[in-house]
Ligand binder design. Sequence first.
Ligand code: ADP
Ligand code: GLC
Length: 487
Amino acid sequence: MRIAFAASECVPFAKTGGLADVVGALPRELVRLGHQVAVYLPLYTRVRKHLTGEPVYAIQSLTIPFRYYNRFAAIVDGGQHDGVQFYFVECPELFDRPELYGPRGGDYPDNAERFAVFCRAVLEASKQLGVPDVFHVHDWQAALIPIYLKTTYALDPALGGAATVLTIHNAGYQGAFPPATTEELLFPWDLFTMDKVEQFDRFNFLKGGIVFSDKLTTVSRKYAQEIQTAEFGEQLDGVLHNRAADLHGILNGVDYAHWNPASDGYLAAHYRSEELEGKQACRRDLLHAFGLEGVADATPVIGIVSRFATQKGFDLVAQIAAELMQRDVVVTALGTGEPIYESFFRDWAQRNPGKVAVQIRYDEALAHKIEAGADIFLMPSKYEPCGLNQIYSLKYGTVPVVRATGGLDDTIEEWNPGEGTGTGFKFEGYAADALLAALDRALTVFKDRFDWRRLMRNGMARDYSWAGPASEYAAVYRAATRGRRAS
Ligand code: ADP
Ligand code: GLC
């Protein structure tokens, strides 16, 4: 099958979170299964850095009409990488900016227009470069593609046969804009109704994508259930429930070529399940990177790598912050995002020198060092569609302490001391005492060297490679194209 991915992030070109890891890895695995895959990505400033020499244009100019003017986009040929063809949508006035979405976890005011240009350019480009059997679109930034296909392009003979699959990586980000967006993007006003794109008097990109895509997926089985409930649906539970028959939960895989302690190029030493010695060197290296010299071997190191967003549960950490300092632990945290969490971590570190250290930035190398050098990985998310860091942690023998939600619940099994089974520690309710209790269970087991090693090795033995999930996606693509042919 021919599949075109459209997404706002993809490693190694542009990343703020796990979406980039998924879009970087899944196409390669689909190619291995014999499919043809093209990935479309906006040509942000940081993507430009990956181009060697002058850009090679696959298409010189595409016209994207708006109400009072036209925008012009070009398609840069990003070449083939591991058999995957990359195309970058160039529109310098919209994408040549320092951030992907906006400053400090916020939004640029013209994001509706930016991602409308992206989506329409993907459709226009594919008419010249090859219409796929399936457009696989990711999150709200690409969700206009299925909307355009069923409205503006409904009668286009070239695009008519293409099916659409929308993957929801995070229902908390919907792309909701003022009603006037409807006419600015040249959509008819009858699109702006509750059963289509309208949601509380906003033009909601994600909702429209949910309504108009042939098939829907999200990134774990548990989250596929959760988003159909009022607690997790972010007000889209009704529309998601209506489409339950077309909604599939497919757990993300891991790219073990990038996330493997036996070969990870960012680490001070390598290790594997049968030969754990290197992990001690990684721990020393991590403590050094955070200026935490002289921590005793018996003191567990808690690691955090995260976007600092409300989703991630750091308000619970703030509630237990003082109490946790009574325990024999050190904390190393890496993240950026909402100012409130950045200042919480900064203050916590300032108050507890030698025990808590934080780096407020995005740093790929340090993220790997934390995965390898920490003993415990903390992820107390309020909700978590899949979560990749806890799965990376398993491979690195860094025991996850997580809230039992979404993909965290699907991937982490509570340690059972009697049986010696399980891979981490989980808590159910979104409550500070439950988080502290889970951490205390971890700290108790950490004191028993034998049990802790067993727990580490249980996690390291788990296999979350992409082969299985990629076949599940291929089955969804087949179902989506069958649906199109029948309609
Ligand atoms: P989300 O997509 O919600 O942010 P995931 O756990 O799926 O959560 O993925 C997060 C990804 O982003 C991981 O690869 C993680 O290592 C990376 N990451 C998050 N914050 C940072 C940071 N400050 N520096 C480096 N990598 C980060
Ligand atoms: C989102 C989710 C995260 C998931 C990632 C990749 O950003 O927050 O849980 O792992 O997408 O699917």
